[in-house]
Design a protein around this ligand. Structure first.
Ligand code: GDP
Ligand code: MN
Length: 380
């Protein structure tokens, strides 16, 4: 789950990482009021779940409340790479002397959290890694050993921070960020830029924060951050119905059992010349209830022109799935054609059940590729 900047900063604050005072606003009026409350110059910042807002015109300085209102008008409704701005974060403007970069991410390859720190902040970190790799300090934390103070010192000295007061503040921020990362079950926490003000104060001017979805059950406060409006409504429906659903951009809806099979089905649809609209993992739920839930989610996607139902029976028996499909079709109205491929346990029986019932708009194909071709043809 990706957090908005203001939510990430809220968590940073809880762990003692310095951030600027700010307010949330959804209208120009609220932006003006927020600027009045904060007093002095403010930054008006688009709250969208994508980076590079500055370059896209989504971060603007405002001298006074009237200016903040105007900047809010400019930014609300702005489309930043497909994300339309609805919320603004208004915060006290900072003077910037230096822009650094600090992050902790989960390095899956190494199976360890990875710290990255550089004094070349403010720009995309990939750019620093490419053009100036020596300036980027990287250090893993052994999760069993936990955080050791030398790590922070190695990062700070290694990156060439010379000012003792800066060193001290950054060492402390590094330790707090690690605690924040671990205790929030984060996958990524990034501060870019981590600024030094002309007075020598170090603080987080931005936040990028991703929390492991699987851990949300133990973070009800973070789960509450989830904004169902910004999230895809179908993904919300899928969550509600307890099915795994991934939205894609084409016209063939894909239903499989098991994540592996569902993803291979995506590939096969592409091989057959089609474009998947989404894919849904039925998991073990081949009963009517599971099939109805899955079909409801798929059918709610207006881009879906045909459905490819791909089942490999193991513990889930194909005859049971076939009965589930028939029962589902009686309970709901499906307006798009569906192609079914059954293989594995009791596949012959399952196919026979479907052929005997022969519901309209349902096609049974023997192989995955033929089924994909049929589904692509029907979606055209
Ligand atoms: P991003 O572009 O989405 O990464 O958004 P950021 O929050 O990082 O803001 C982009 C840039 O705006 C920063 O790198 C800063 O240069 C600038 N900026 C943000 N807040 C302030 C501020 O309080 N004062 C000043 N002077 N510049 C700011
Ligand atoms: Mn940034």
């Amino acid at each position: 789950m990706d957090l908005y900047e203001y939510q990430g900063k809220e968590l940073f604050k809880r762990f003692g990482i310095p951030v600027s005072d700010g307010r949330l606003a959804t209208t120009p009026d609220e932006a003006r009021a927020a600027a009045e409350e904060l007093g002095g110059p403010v930054v008006v910042k688009a709250q969208v779940l994508t980076g590079g807002r500055g370059k896209a015109g989504g971060v603007k300085l405002a001298d006074d409340p009237a200016d903040a209102e105007q900047k809010a008008k400019d930014i609300i409704g702005l489309d930043i790479r497909g994300h339309v701005v609805e919320k603004l974060w208004i915060e006290t403007a900072s003077d910037i002397a230096k822009e650094y970069y600090l992050s902790v991410t989960f390095d899956r390859g190494a199976k360890k959290p990875l710290f990255m720190f550089t004094t070349q902040g403010g720009v995309e970190i990939e750019e620093v890694a490419e053009k100036n790799p020596d300036a980027l300090m990287r250090l893993h934390i052994d999760p069993l050993e936990g955080f050791q103070p030398w790590v922070a010192r190695a990062l700070v000295y290694g990156a060439g921070v010379e000012d003792p007061s800066e060193q001290k503040q950054i060492v402390s921020i590094i330790e707090k960020l690690y605690k924040c990362f671990v205790e929030c079950d984060a996958m990524l926490t990034e501060i870019n830029p981590l600024i030094v003000t002309p007075d020598g104060e170090v603080k987080a001017l931005d936040s990028k924060f991703t929390v492991d979805d699987s851990s949300l059950y133990r973070h009800p406060d973070i789960a509450e951050f989830r904004d169902t409006k910004a999230a895809d409504p179908l993904e919300a429906l899928a969550r509600e119905k307890n099915v795994t659903y991934v939205k894609l951009d084409g016209s063939v809806g894909i239903l499989g059992n098991g994540a592996g099979l569902s993803m291979s089905t995506v590939d096969v649809v592409v091989v057959a010349g089609g474009k998947p609209a989404n894919f849904l993992d039925l998991g073990g739920g081949g009963d009517a209830e599971g099939v109805v839930n899955a079909l409801e989610v798929i059918a709610a996607d207006k881009q879906v022109r045909s459905i490819l139902f791909n089942i490999f029976g193991g513990i889930t028996r194909c005859d049971e799935v076939a009965r589930g499909i028939l029962e589902a079709l009686q309970r709901m109205e499906l307006n798009v054609p569906m192609v079914v491929r059954l293989d594995g346990t009791n596949a012959d029986e399952g196919r026979q059940i479907l052929l005997d019932a022969a519901p309209p708009n349902l096609y049974v194909e023997p192989t995955m590729l033929e089924a994909a071709k049929k589904a692509v043809e029907l979606a055209a």
